[in-house]
Design a protein around this ligand. Structure first.
Ligand code: GDP
Length: 528
């Protein structure tokens, strides 16, 4: 096997997703602990934002500006290189999470056994389904009185439209939780609440022998036998191919905070999760094993330290070998760029790298050249797909409060929207009115704060009567121009100059769609 093929086969790049509070941060940390990447708990910073507090967000971002290590965590485990990509749980930053999901090869979904499937879980799973991303489900907090596990599985199948297959099975829950039975290994992992140490209490058991009764008591032994019979009767044997094609999600039960159920999850993940996958571009599908380097930027992180205005662009390598100090083509800007200090992220620190392989995420210092979705290649003109802007849900007009600082404001809002914090729409026909669209109110506070503190520009946001933005195209350029002229106030342009129709309500949008069959309305920016 060539070096490139060996490196590709070694990598597992995935994201952990959950509704806030289900235990994503805890699980991430425990995976690092079991993987030997950290020695003590408390090393992984939560990226949680409590009830829309801007100060929370700023504090988290400030800490990350200093140590961005929490955005990507890399560690080696049993000969496999594991890259965990962090995703914000807060719904106002959902778009950031969607984009991160374009850079992973698989996903672990965390469910709280008390709450079951929650709103954010459903939305995130929709994105996974769309991309056919393989998903493993971890049902967490089994030390609490949760829902009946069979009911939970039904709920997962119904609400997430995916088939599930349990690979471990719990013996009771809450204060009676005794552990899990591994359905493939036929072993018993007995539970003891322990938040600090890793305890290994795994025994091989034939559940049809009295040994099981001796281990868990007669009543629970009888229940487990009944449950296992039922599972084996109802579910087909686990088939990895179905998992890899996104049809079936294997399910594990555990308690992350108690270090329980993590080993089974990590070991199975290492065995079954897909290595680096091929990816689609606007021209063709690119295989990771191709010799020439390609990659795309899926996240840009601002350094909130006003003394260092540089940003970090996170690039996912898709094919070939990335090398330090080598010129690559920046496709959108049509220019050659090279990087003296690309780095990767070990569990708690970052280090400059000489080369990177498909599946890796590297950090590139950026002084304003990158936008989310940008592709780098060795010269071939192609653009990675699947990083669209979605129609925002809230729209506000940006009002400059200090005419002396117009330049700063323009530059600030331009850069912040490149980072994907929000989308900017312009109305040149209306005195260059600027409209900022987001998926959550929190972003306006964040933008206002950052414009003031990083760019010295003061602004205000005024609410607008807009509920949807649709990108519009037409096969007949004349018809498009006519529509644009007629709709005046309702027309804006995105940063790339594409026309966008701003609708006051869903009803108005539908009416315009019906009355203008020659115009196509698109709900994401990726319509080419
Ligand atoms: P995130 O918002 O999904 O990142 O959730 P966190 O990892 O921050 O966890 C939310 C809360 O649930 C924290 O207070 C954790 O200590 C707690 N938690 C995590 N795992 C467990 C568990 O297995 N059992 C119980 N009882 N609590 C847990």
């Amino acid at each position: 096997m060539s070096k490139l093929a060996a490196e590709i086969a070694k990598r597992r790049t995935f994201g952990i997703i959950s509704h806030p509070d289900a235990g994503k941060t805890t699980l991430t940390e425990k995976l690092l602990l079991f993987g030997g990447a950290i020695q003590t708990a408390g090393a992984v910073k939560s990226n949680k934002i409590k009830k829309g507090a801007t100060s929370d967000f700023m504090e988290i971002e400030r800490q990350r500006g200093i140590s961005v290590a929490t955005s990507v965590m890399t560690f080696d485990y049993q000969g496999v290189k594991i890259n965990i990509l962090d995703t914000p749980g807060h719904k106002d930053f959902a778009e950031d999470t969607y984009r991160t999901l374009t850079a992973v090869d698989s996903v672990i979904l965390v469910i709280d056994c008390v709450k079951g499937v929650e709103e954010q879980t459903e939305r995130l799973m929709e994105v996974c389904r769309m991309r056919k991303t393989p998903v493993i489900i971890f049902i967490n907090k089994m030390d609490r009185e949760g829902q009946n596990p069979f009911d939970l599985l039904d709920e997962l199948e119904q609400k997430l439209s995916i088939s599930v297959r349990p690979l471990t099975w719990p013996i009771n829950m809450g204060s009676n939780f005794k552990g899990v039975y591994h359905l493939l290994d036929r072993s018993l992992n007995l539970f003891s609440a322990n938040k600090t140490r890793i305890e290994k209490n795994v025994v091989s058991v034939d559940i049809h022998t009295p040994e099981l009764d001796a281990r868990v008591g007669e009543k629970d032994a009888a229940q487990l036998r009944e449950d296992v019979d039922l599972i084996e009767g109802v579910y087909e044997p686990f088939d990895r191919a179905q998992y890899l094609s996104g049809e079936i999600a294997p399910v594990f039960f555990g308690s992350a905070v108690n270090n329980f159920g993590i080993q089974e999850l990590l070991d199975t993940f290492t065995k079954i999760a897909p290595p680096t996958q091929a990816r689609g571009t606007d021209v063709r599908v690119v295989e990771p094993s191709e010799k020439k380097f390609t990659g795309f930027v899926f996240k840009i992180h601002a350094n909130l330290d006003p003394k260092h205005r540089d940003r970090i662009a996170f690039l996912r390598i898709c094919s070939g070998v990335f090398q330090r100090n080598t010129f690559y083509q920046h496709i959108r800007l049509k220019k050659n760029v090279r990087f003296a200090n690309p780095y990767n992220f070990m569990a708690q620190e970052k280090e400059v790298i000489e080369e990177g392989f498909p599946g890796d995420v590297i950090g590139l210092y950026d002084t304003g050249n990158f936008k989310i979705g940008d592709t780098l290649t060795e010269g071939e003109v192609l653009n990675y797909q699947g990083i669209p802007n979605f129609s925002p849900e809230i729209f506000k007009e940006l009002i400059n409060l200090d005419p002396m600082k117009s330049k700063q404001l323009e530059k600030g809002i331009d850069q912040l929207t490149d980072e994907g914090v929000a989308q900017l729409f312009l109305q040149p026909q209306l005195g260059n009115r600027k409209i900022v669209g987001t998926v959550g109110d929190l972003q306006y506070e964040v933008i206002q704060y950052r414009l003031e503190h990083e760019y010295g520009a003061k602004c205000r946001f005024d609410g607008m009567q807009v509920s949807k933005a649709c990108w519009i195209t037409s096969e007949d350029p004349k018809k498009l121009q006519e529509f644009v002229r007629l709709k005046g106030q309702n027309i804006a342009q995105d940063k790339d100059g594409n026309y966008v129709f701003l609708a006051e309500s869903d009803w108005i949008l539908r009416m315009n769609q019906t009355n203008n069959p020659e115009i196509e309305f698109h709900f994401t920016s990726e319509f080419k």
